[in-house]
Design a protein around this ligand. Structure first.
Ligand code: TRP
Length: 346
């Protein structure tokens, strides 16, 4: 038995619109975990500025993403919902952990390589140390579970390595501080499950649905209205065959696989059941059913996001309250870190 209470931490960047991939891949897990765990959900605005953000746009995006969290069903009475920059312990701990992590570890991070592209010299230092800040987000709360998408797995492993190295490097001081088992930080567990962990682009079933895809037709934004949702599904790429009636028949058919996966995730049914109903039939019949389902599920979310965007004061009050509650957890932990590393704390 771990001495640490189960605690969930996760976050999303306030850049661009949230879309179906965020909803099915992450948000549904987040919502369910609220009923079984203590949960902390963060809008990671400090991560957002690792690439240039127009201040006006960033400010709006923080409110928009928070509105989307709330509209999807994150509940400030059950969970802590806050924005990272209002809890200065994240930045402070990131500095200390940056002195624990090794250059060689960061050099292996594939997301940096992808995001920095060819001209690495022109990337910000923040983009490079991004995973260290993410480690601070998580282990600064002694979080045990981190529900994230597949693409964040490597960053999670780094967070585990940093937690373990800190415990080893400072073993003596940790014991002297009263942690007899030498465990100060928890190595967090990734939690990568979900009805449809990987939602693919509606234009290309081999690419992930992404907010940075230049084609808006490639994704269902949580703010899309009913007509837009229906149109995007009608235009979604398919192949020439009808839907198979068995799951095996989806092999090598990424678009058909993606659309049935989306239907299953939105309806809460299994892919087998969806294929039993729509297999061997016309693709257009299935697409119409999927459009109706998506409108029924996402339409109300979009409406609620809009309503909350019009009540900025409320959304900001949620963040303020959440930041205070988050800080009440992180501040004592970071204070212990200061003592453990040998700073004079008065
Ligand atoms: N890097 C994550 C992403 O882009 C966002 C993130 C930042 C995060 N800090 C986190 C996720 C801590 C989980 C836990 O998706």
């Amino acid at each position: 038995m771990s001495k640490f209470v189960p605690r969930v931490f996760s976050g999303m960047q306030p850049t661009g619109n949230l879309h179906l991939g965020n909803y099915l891949g992450a948000m549904l897990n987040w919502i369910h975990m609220q009923d079984t765990h203590e949960c902390i959900y963060c809008v990671v605005d400090m991560h957002a500025i690792t690439v240039w953000q127009e201040p006006k746009d960033l400010r709006r995006a923080i409110v928009d993403v928070t509105a989307a969290y709330l509209a999807c069903g994150l509940d400030p009475r059950k969970s802590i919902i806050f924005n990272q920059s209002q809890v200065p312990e994240h930045a402070e701990l990131a500095w200390i952990l940056g002195c624990v992590a090794r250059l060689g570890w960061l050099n292996r991070m594939t997301q940096f390589k992808e995001k920095a592209g060819k001209d690495k010299e022109a990337a910000s230092i923040g983009l490079y140390t991004y995973p260290v800040l993410m480690a601070a987000d998580i282990i600064g709360y002694h979080a045990t579970h981190v529900p994230v998408g597949e693409d964040q797995k490597q960053h999670l492993e780094l967070a585990r390595d940093i937690a373990n190295k800190f415990n080893l490097d400072f073993a003596e001081a940790i014991k002297a501080a009263g942690f007899e088992d030498g465990q100060f930080f928890v190595a967090p567990e990734p939690y990568i499950t979900g009805p449809a962990t990987r939602v693919m682009s509606l234009r290309d079933g081999t690419k992930k649905m992404s907010k940075s895809d230049p084609s808006d037709l490639s994704r269902l934004n949580l703010t899309d209205d009913a007509d837009t949702i229906a149109k995007k599904i009608r235009k979604a790429k398919t192949d020439a065959e009808p839907l198979p009636s068995e799951k095996d028949g989806l092999k090598g058919r990424p678009e058909a696989d993606n659309l049935t996966g989306i239907y299953a995730a939105l309806s809460g049914e299994t892919v087998e059941k969806v294929l039993a109903q729509y297999g061997d039939g016309q693709f257009s019949v299935f697409k119409n059913a999927l459009a109706d389902l998506a409108v029924a599920k996402l339409g109300p979310v979009g409406g609620e996001i809009q309503r909350l965007q019009g009540d900025r004061a409320y959304v900001e009050s949620v963040l303020k309250d959440g930041s205070e509650r988050a800080r009440a957890i992180a501040a004592p932990i970071v204070k212990q870190v200061r003592e453990i590393v040998g700073f004079v704390v008065s």
